[in-house]
Design a protein around this ligand. Structure first.
Ligand code: SAM
Length: 276
């Protein structure tokens, strides 16, 4: 590795391979190597760890992950990025695998036979869909050890929001009933090329044991029903859910409350009665 010539700056990589940003693919690239190293440090020590990255683009975050000692499998939809990623792979022999595919179609259980971290500066157009996919499903614990993901700041705030805040809703409950969540870092829009209209933030999620006796689909149905009428009292909104009013009684939750005042644990308790 010592004799290898240094990798060119990312601006040159973009120029060399003609990687003009494609808006439809959510391409806002990060070029600041210090910032990229800080993001790669969020999951903790990655020496020898496996990492799945969505959307490596010209490879800035990928490079930071490789420099942190990770073994990286990256899925990139835009085939224009592949030659740049090949150069990176040549620089870190045997450490980077690139798949030219839509990340939404990837079955992670087929890709990894050991625990892995997911780290990504997500394309904004598929970011929430991917998060929901990784957090949903009947089986828990998941195959991944942690998620370190860049979102628009407003989405990041919804993921970590606590009851009583205006950002609190279905996404907060989906994330927090199975994971510890934290806002790891804010990222100014000017850090991206081209800069998006909005600010961004990195969230970090680690799985925790799933509460017993709760059907994930029932919890999803409950939160969808409750938050579809955010301003209404629960006795009104849960009328349409079979057993909804009985579950409120059984869980000793005041039916005059509104969904945004209910903690994740209270939603879980309600879902447990509905699942029984
Ligand atoms: N990781 C790079 C960085 O931090 O500079 C690029 C991040 S950019 C926000 C998102 C990347 O995801 C782009 O390279 C884009 O081509 C890619 N992408 C968009 N949709 C995708 C999808 N469905 N599957 C895989 N990659 C996708």
């Amino acid at each position: 590795m010592k004799d290898r010539p240094p990798l060119p700056p990312l601006r040159e990589v973009i120029k060399k391979h003609g990687l003009t940003a494609n808006k439809a693919l959510g391409q806002n690239f990060l070029l600041d190597t210090q910032l990229l190293s800080r993001i790669a440090a969020v999951p903790g020590d990655l020496t020898g760890a496996s990492v799945f990255e969505v959307g490596p683009g010209p490879g800035g975050l990928t490079q930071a992950l490789l420099q942190a000692g990770a073994q990286v499998t990256a899925v990139e939809r835009d085939e224009r990025c592949l030659p740049a990623l090949q150069d990176l792979s040549d620089h870190f022999p045997g450490k980077l695998t690139v798949i030219n595919e839509d990340a939404l179609k990837i079955d992670l259980t087929q890709l990894f036979d050991m625990p892995f971290h997911i780290v990504s500066n997500l394309p904004y157009n598929v970011g929430s869909a991917l998060l929901i996919k990784w957090l949903s499903g009947a089986d828990w614990q998941p195959a991944w050890q942690s998620l370190t993901l860049m979102f628009q700041r407003e989405v990041a705030e919804r993921i970590v929001a606590k009851e009583g805040s205006s950002a609190y809703g279905r996404l907060s409950i989906l994330a927090q009933w199975r994971c510890d969540t934290k806002l790891a870092m804010s990222v100014h829009r000017s850090a991206f090329t081209p800069p998006p209209k909005v600010m961004s933030a990195i969230v970090h999620l680690t799985p925790k044991p799933q509460p017993d006796g709760v059907d994930p689909e029932m919890l999803a149905k409950l939160t969808q029903t409750a938050f579809s009428q955010r301003r209404k009292m629960l006795r009104q909104s849960l009328k349409s859910l079979t057993g909804g009013l009985d579950a409120l009684d059984a869980a000793q939750i005041d039916s005059a409350r509104r969904p945004e005042t209910m903690s994740v644990d209270e939603f879980v308790a309600l879902a447990r009665f509905l699942s029984a």
